[in-house]
Structures are given as C-alpha cells and as structure tokens.
Write a protein of this length. Structure first.
Length: 251
C-alpha cells in the first residue's frame, strides 16, 4: 500500500549496565556497559514511498551489553538504519521539523568511511605501451617506456579500443606510445595518475565529450591541468585515421 505520511515511535538503545567486581588487590575491576544503538533515517534512491512502515510502528535500536570482569567494556548496541525516500521530512510530536545536526554529521561520516574503503579496494589505472617486449600487442606495464619519439595519451571508457589500434599503427613507424587508461572514474585513484602526468607534461587527453570531463576531474583532484586535448562530441566514436591525424597535430 502506498503511504506518504506515517506516524512512528523511535527508541534508541539503552546503555548497558556496568559490572561490579573487585580484583585481588581489592581495587574495582568491573567494566562499564556498552553504548546503546542509535537510529538513523537514511535517504535512499530506490525507496519510493513509506508503504513498508505500518502506522504507529515502534523502531528500537539494540541495547548496549553489560560490562564484565577485569574492566571488560560491554559491546555497543547495533545501530538501526531506516531507509526512506530522499524527499522525506521528519517532524517531532509537536509538528516541528527536526534539524538535529549530530545525526546528520554521523551519517556523513559513515558515507565517507565507505568511500575510503572503496578507494582502497579499487586498482590503480593501467599504463599500456606498444613498445613492451617489442610485441605488436597491447601490454600492461608498471612504468612508461621512452624512445626517440614517444607519444603519451590518457583516456577512459570507449577510447580504449581505438587507441589500442592507433598504438599498433605507430609501432610500425617506430614510435612509442604510452596510454594511461582510466577504468574507474570515481573515486579517482591519483597516485599513478599524478606521476604519469608529472613525468609526461605533454600528455594528450582523449575524450568523447565537449567539455573534457575527465580532464576537469583530474585538475580538481590533482591540481594538474592537461593542456593538450582531443575532444569529440558528435555522438560518434573516434575512427582510427581520424584519431591518428589529430594526435599528429601535437607531434
């Protein structure tokens, strides 16, 4: 059943009791109780109404556990997160809109902690070279390869395949091409990216959009502006001959 207004009661968890005990030296050795759980109401993109909440429902977070002997602190009660539509507003019993800053801060901290975990798990972008092992194939490398004439490129998404074909064509002309491909855009991994751009200031950015979105993101996150850009925004992908012609303008 569709609902856009409900009344409910929210009860935070109770703090756990402390433990009364004494050690062999007759000093207190009882641990304190754990904190009670909190209740957070979180806006969620895939929740569209409040129909999953029965009228006059009671939501309770878990209580903290009792402390133990030997100064053992009790476990904290588990927080309760209730997912609601993004436009949901919460009012107290008197009809006042709640604007408590502390829950908002805690939810933001939780989101940021998830972002830190994600960025630690994502791999660094790969650098490819057509000179690696002198094979006519695209190979991953840990560092850029330099030769008498070297072209350095950076791109993301659908540019990968056409750049790969261009790298093979340049190898036939004894020209080394290094290509840093961004497989994941956000959160942006910057360690290898920053080193690549600082070592190769004439790097060419290749993007299928009008504004150079990746270039703007890189400048925002690293402070490095890529001046050489090849952009296309007519709804069509880059073609091999077209891309080579545009790259040659910079070399």
């Amino acid at each position: 059943m569709f609902r856009d207004t409900i009344s409910a009661q929210f009860i935070a968890g109770r703090g756990g009791d402390g433990h009364v005990s004494f050690g062999g030296d007759l000093k207190p050795s009882g641990g304190i109780g754990g904190d009670g759980g909190n209740i957070y109401v979180e806006g969620h993109t895939h929740t569209y109404d409040l129909g999953f909440i029965n009228p006059d429902s009671v939501f309770r977070a878990k209580d903290g556990e009792r402390g133990g002997k030997n100064n053992l602190t009790g476990a904290n009660g588990e927080d309760l997160i209730i997912k609601v539509p993004l436009t949901t507003k919460i009012y107290d019993e008197e009809g006042n809109l709640t604007e408590d800053a502390i829950p908002a801060e805690k939810m933001m901290e939780k989101r940021l902690s998830k972002m830190k975990t994600l960025i630690n798990e994502l791999p660094e972008p790969e650098i490819y070279s057509n000179r690696h092992k002198l094979k006519l194939t695209l190979e991953k490398i840990s560092e850029v390869v330099t030769n008498k004439k070297t072209i350095n490129l950076i791109g993301w998404g659908s540019t990968y395949c056409v750049v790969k074909d261009a790298m093979k064509e340049y190898l036939n002309e004894d020209i080394t091409v290094n290509y840093l491909h961004m497989e994941y855009i956000w959160p942006l991994k910057t360690e290898k990216l920053t080193k690549f751009l600082k070592d190769n200031p004439n790097t060419i950015l290749i993007e299928c959009n009008h504004t150079g979105q990746l270039g703007k993101l890189i400048r925002m996150e690293t402070g490095i502006e890529i001046k050489n850009k090849i952009l296309k925004w007519d709804g069509r992908p880059f073609f091999l001959e077209e891309l080579i012609e545009k790259i040659n303008v910079f070399n």
